[in-house]
Design a binder for this molecule. Structure first.
Ligand SMILES: Cc1cc2nc3c(=O)[nH]c(=O)nc-3n(C[C@H](O)[C@H](O)[C@H](O)COP(=O)(O)OP(=O)(O)OC[C@H]3O[C@@H](n4cnc5c(N)ncnc54)[C@H](O)[C@@H]3O)c2cc1C
Length: 479
């Protein structure tokens, strides 16, 4: 018989982690009538994207630019279903994303597929056919996705993966259409900065879905917008009766003899029961949260072999200038120095804040403090040198507000080696799927799909798997 305490501690669903994916799936399940508990190890929700203040300026560590940001597009329809879009300020980049710079070569990414296609033709006139085929395929993949095209009948589109061209990488697709090495390098760099996998690695359909959003409608949440989004999440979690446990790190996922989840144990020793557990932490952490015999060796090997995306050394600067700056965002790669860098500019209150990151692949965080200090200093100089090379007029105008290293991100969110977008999307391993071979245990977020969009998509896909998909999707579409 159950004790009174365990009845109190019993839920239909337990969600681990309150990043954007955990918040989303917890709210969906509660809206659809489930009793939900949400556990977060940090002192407040969403430590990766929650804005914070330094030297009088406020900025978000991990949310700067998003694709598909126009009205009626996928982000808006998700936030609208969740009823958390009221008062959330967003802005569209009317001039498009900005620039991709490869060494000394600069490519502009304007707004809209047609303008982008025209630009590609002008940059790569010898690749006329490749450009045409590329844009056509990107558009087609998005038109065939029920997530973007609400005309599609989900019942006929039951395969919830984007596997139209799954076996092709971006590079293979482009080579097949005789694209030049320069065109492959440009599109590959853009992909790498925004998704964390190269042209050789990324499945073409994943590339088309995410990058398509940046071509069509790049945009951002303002800082007030992110703050409001998180407040709205909290309001709706309360409205739908979700129990939110902060400062509550899940130490163990409990599994019975039949390899079925039964609940979780928190670091403070308390246990909570549920037949369904959805976790949003980096899936490599599963091994330390489950008893050693729970995962089969073949799945453990998949976890060990899955590559994480790069870690980031990210610096935030205030631009000390009253001028209106039209420098847009930046994806940069230099093959001589092997530096991959991304930069975004956002106006927060009246300040122009630039966040710049250097990406480091196959990163293992050193234990030695001196080694960390050396690397942090070396990467910061490289980052500043690169940004001044690209935008010389910024020299002398940048005031450093804060500098986060991969180990800062690991500390904030426990993501392994500070990986920016979680598990890498490659043709060999298309992230993970929502399912884990333990009954009742599921994954969302950085295991499945990268970025803010990926967190939402992975959680809505999770809901389609757990709920009656047609009825649920009708509600998402209807709103
Ligand atoms: C510097 C940087 C810039 C970025 N910029 C962008 C951008 O401009 N656009 C974009 O789309 N994406 C961007 N991203 C990626 C984006 O921020 C992430 O993909 C997204 O926020 C991940 O959300 P998530 O819910 O999947 O994971 P997380 O936000 O990492 O959530 C996981 C949560 O689980 C909690 N947790 C972990 N272990 C436990 C445990 N045992 N018990 C309880 N809680 C636990 C963590 O504290 C965390 O809150 C950026 C990332 C970085 C690092």
């Amino acid at each position: 018989m159950l004790s009174d305490q365990s009845v109190l501690n019993s839920y239909d669903v337990i969600v681990i982690g309150s990043g954007i994916s955990g918040l989303t799936i917890a709210l969906i399940m509660a809206k659809e009538g489930k009793k939900v508990a949400l556990f977060e190890r940090d002192r407040d929700i969403a430590p990766l994207i929650r804005p914070y203040r330094r030297k009088g300026c406020e900025f978000s560590p991990g949310l700067h630019i998003v694709g598909w940001m126009d009205q009626g597009e996928v982000i808006a329809s998700f936030l609208n279903y969740l009823q958390i879009d009221d008062g959330v300020e967003t802005k569209l980049y009317h001039n498009g994303f900005g620039n991709v710079i490869i060494g000394a070569q600069k490519y502009m990414i304007p707004r809209g597929f047609d303008s982008f296609e025209a630009k590609l033709h002008s940059y790569f006139p010898e690749c006329h056919q490749a450009v045409k085929e590329y844009i056509k395929a990107v558009k087609e993949i998005n038109e065939r996705s029920f997530l973007l095209n609400h005309q599609l009948d989900i019942a006929k589109d039951t395969d919830l993966q984007f596997n139209v061209l799954e076996k092709f990488s971006l590079k293979e697709f482009l080579e097949c259409h005789q694209a030049s090495a320069e065109m492959i390098e440009m599109l590959g760099t853009f992909n790498n900065v925004l998704i964390g996998s190269t042209a050789e690695e990324v499945p073409f359909d994943t590339h088309a879905f995410v990058l398509g959003g940046y071509y069509q409608s790049s945009g951002a949440f303002t800082i007030n917008g992110i703050n409001r989004l998180l407040l709205n999440f909290k309001r709706e979690l309360t409205n739908y009766g979700v129990d939110l446990f902060l400062n509550s790190e899940v130490a163990e996922i409990l599994v019975d003899n039949e390899r079925k989840v039964t609940g979780v144990k928190i670091a403070n020793g308390n246990s909570y029961l549920a037949p369904l557990i959805i976790t949003s932490f980096n899936p490599k952490l599963l091994m330390e949260k489950l008893a050693p015999n729970v995962l089969r060796p073949i799945f453990k090997r998949r976890l060990i072999e899955a590559d994480n995306t790069f870690g980031l050394y990210t610096a935030f600067y205030k631009i000390d200038s009253d001028e209106e700056l039209e420098i847009g965002n930046l994806a940069y790669y230099n093959s001589n120095t092997n530096v991959t860098l991304g930069a975004t500019i956002n106006k927060y209150d009246n300040d122009n804040i630039i966040s710049v990151f250097i990406a480091e692949n196959e990163l293992e965080i050193p234990n030695d403090i001196e080694e960390r200090r050396w690397r942090a200093g070396q990467r910061l100089s490289l980052l500043e040198q690169t940004i001044y090379d690209v935008f010389p007029f910024l020299r002398g105008k940048l005031v450093l507000l804060d500098y986060l290293k991969p180990w800062s991100f690991e500390r904030f969110t426990k993501t392994v080696n500070g990986s920016a977008y979680g598990i890498k999307q490659t043709t060999k391993s298309v992230g993970f799927q929502n399912r884990v071979p333990v009954r009742g245990l599921y994954l969302v977020g950085q295991a499945i799909f990268p970025g803010f969009l990926g967190s939402l998509v992975s959680s809505f896909k999770m809901a389609l798997e757990l709920l009656a998909p047609d009825d649920f999707w009708l509600k998402v579409k209807r709103r």
